[in-house]
Design a protein around this ligand. Structure first.
Ligand code: ATR
Length: 262
């Protein structure tokens, strides 16, 4: 693709920068929909974030930027506006730059996650879900699940205090969902979701025991690489339906394109 004066420019802000893949995924997506957008990683140190954002406001062909580690929370204070998701999740992963240089932050993780389940015909409304993990990503999926009508949500985490705090926050926002924290057996759930980092490294243990989980259940793992984690491989051998992290990322590309077009 040729980058010209008409090309809409996007960035992905990160530190360190070497591991950033979102720019490549975004570029491939915009090429696939024939949209004239080019995305570059931008190495920004935490101390420079304010100055960089002030500059981006002045860059008139910039339409937005992705935000990743370590800027997902610190970016919030520099925004002109943020969506309700940002307040709930406490983090931003995409910022739109409006034509007049305003910065509007959003967090697309929750909607991307729910959309990826819907695409795989995995029902959430009225179902019983077990989520492992209560970190940044887990916060987004928990609010996403409750917002999509999960009947019962159990959050299990190594650090139980974090699971309890997240369960309380989700339950306050979505009182219609019965949310609890603690250890549970996977076999009694319709959907099991891994949001921990266990499965990224080759010698990681499984994040939970899938004993008794079979064809009636679905297992989701939001890890993007590897595309099939050991948890998903095990779930598939037991006949459960599975969905990985890549569809969640792909769903967010569609949301980014819609967000900047608005
Ligand atoms: P992210 O933004 O990717 O969610 P995070 O906020 O650091 O990253 O959260 C990582 C999640 O993986 C947490 O739920 C973490 O559990 P703790 O809250 O107890 O730290 C979980 N996690 C990471 N390494 C783990 C391990 N070795 N065993 C169990 N859980 C682990």
């Amino acid at each position: 693709m040729e980058i010209t004066g008409k090309t809409k420019i996007m960035f992905v802000l990160a530190d360190p920068i070497g591991h950033v893949r979102a720019s490549a995924v975004l570029n491939a997506y915009f090429r696939s929909i024939d949209d004239d957008v080019a995305v570059s990683p931008l190495h920004v140190l935490p101390a420079d974030l304010g100055a960089v954002l002030a500059s981006i406001r002045l860059m008139r062909n910039v339409v937005g930027f992705g935000v990743t580690i370590p800027h997902k929370t610190s970016v919030i204070e520099y925004l002109d506006e943020a969506t309700p998701e940002v307040a709930l999740i406490g983090a931003v992963n995409f910022v739109k730059r409006t034509a007049d240089g305003r910065l509007v932050g959003d967090n697309l993780d929750a909607r991307g996650f729910v959309a990826s389940l819907a695409q795989h015909r995995i029902a959430v409304r009225g179902r019983k879900v077990l989520q492992v993990g209560a970190g940044g990503a887990g916060r987004a999926t928990a609010f996403g699940l409750a917002g999509a009508g999960t009947r019962e949500l159990t959050i299990m985490n190594r650090d139980e205090a974090k699971a309890r705090a997240l369960a309380a926050a989700v339950s306050r926002r979505y009182p219609g969902t019965k949310v609890s924290a603690g250890h549970a057996e996977a076999r009694s759930f319709d959907l099991i979701v891994n949001t921990t980092s266990l499965g990224m490294k080759i010698d990681d243990p499984l994040p939970l025991d899938l004993e008794g989980v079979g064809p009636g259940a679905a297992v989701s793992d939001i890890i993007v690489t590897p595309e099939v984690t050991p948890l998903l491989a095990r779930a598939a051998t037991q006949g459960a339906r599975t969905v990985g992290g890549r569809p969640m990322l792909d769903a967010q590309m569609v949301l980014v394109a819609k967000f900047i077009a608005r």
